[in-house]
Design a protein around this ligand. Structure first.
Ligand SMILES: Nc1ncnc2c1ncn2[C@@H]1O[C@H](COP(=O)(O)OP(=O)(O)OP(=O)(O)O)[C@@H](O)[C@H]1O
Length: 266
């Protein structure tokens, strides 16, 4: 479904965001990307839909090169990729329904969208998506009247309304409290299992990564330093991914950090 072939990304300031990444993500996998702040997680994720342009190599989505795609072809490949952001990216003053319907824009003319002329089928799809994340009753509310967790569920519903083949989620729970975190991660897992939807999710919390992922990919300084099943991601593996830096504790929470550091120290 997603293939990275010799992918590197060098930012204009010379920083290597990604360094010769080679991997394949299969249909229906729930992959979590972990690593310290600055390890390259966002660069990795956003290279998949070309929000970040890579410098070398090639990325394939269902055997089509998104790296080389132009015009309509690029547009169609991107339509198959739903995206969820840490800060939800909703239009706050619009209703929940309008926000979810905006997932359909890739299917219609610009004029139709400006006029808000969504076909009945789109409205049904949007309601179905809201039901899937358990907030159909919020459809007519303004997005900014919802809690953070509910807003993230709207953004998941918007991604679903797009009828994507895969979903990328960049730190989807970083702004949420633990209860909301559980609900949003449960939604993503349910969608993965019920629809066999491929999920690639950036997370910095290793316990959440272990709980939800089938597969964990650990990045360090733009390189893959771990790639295995969630139950193979031992404390030793995490000690390798996170190394020992003063910043580590800030990113992980003291309890996790102390355990990982004790492991690293033997
Ligand atoms: N636009 C940019 N210009 C220059 N360097 C960048 C840019 N974006 C990211 N970088 C650098 O590339 C590296 C990888 O950054 P990236 O944002 O992918 O890491 P991350 O693992 O997602 O971090 P975080 O968890 O803090 O979001 C870092 O060293 C970062 O400073």
């Amino acid at each position: 479904m997603i293939a990275f072939k010799h992918v590197s990304k060098i930012y204009p300031n010379g920083i290597h965001g990604l360094h010769n990444i080679n991997l394949h993500i299969g249909e229906g996998e729930f992959v979590v990307i972990v690593g310290l702040s600055g390890a390259g997680k966002s660069t990795f994720l956003q290279s998949i839909n070309r929000l970040h342009e890579i410098s070398e190599g090639e990325i394939f989505i269902n055997n089509k090169s998104i790296t080389k795609a132009k015009g309509n072809e690029l547009y169609r490949i991107r339509r198959d990729i739903g995206m969820i952001f840490q800060n939800f990216n909703l239009v706050h003053r619009s209703t929940v329904m309008r926000n979810v319907l905006s997932g359909r824009v890739g299917y219609h003319s610009t004029l139709r969208m400006i006029l808000g002329l969504f076909p009945k089928k789109d409205k049904q799809l949007a309601m179905e998506a809201l039901r899937r994340v358990n907030i159909p009753e919020k459809a007519s509310m303004r997005a900014d009247q919802l809690s953070g967790g509910q807003q993230q569920r709207v953004s998941i519903a918007r991604a679903l309304a797009q009828e994507p083949k895969l979903i990328l989620a960049d730190e989807p729970v970083a702004s949420l409290d633990p209860m909301m975190t559980g609900q949003v991660m449960d939604d993503l897992l349910r969608i993965n299992q019920e629809l066999n939807m491929t999920m690639v999710v950036n997370l910095h919390d290793i316990e959440i990564a272990r709980k939800y992922a089938n597969r964990i990919i650990g990045l360090k300084a733009g390189k893959v330093v771990f790639d295995g099943k969630a139950d193979e991601a031992t404390d030793e593996a995490f000690a390798e991914i996170y190394g020992k830096t003063d910043k580590t504790s800030e990113r992980m929470g003291m309890e996790q950090y102390e355990r990982i550091e004790n492991t690293a120290n033997g």
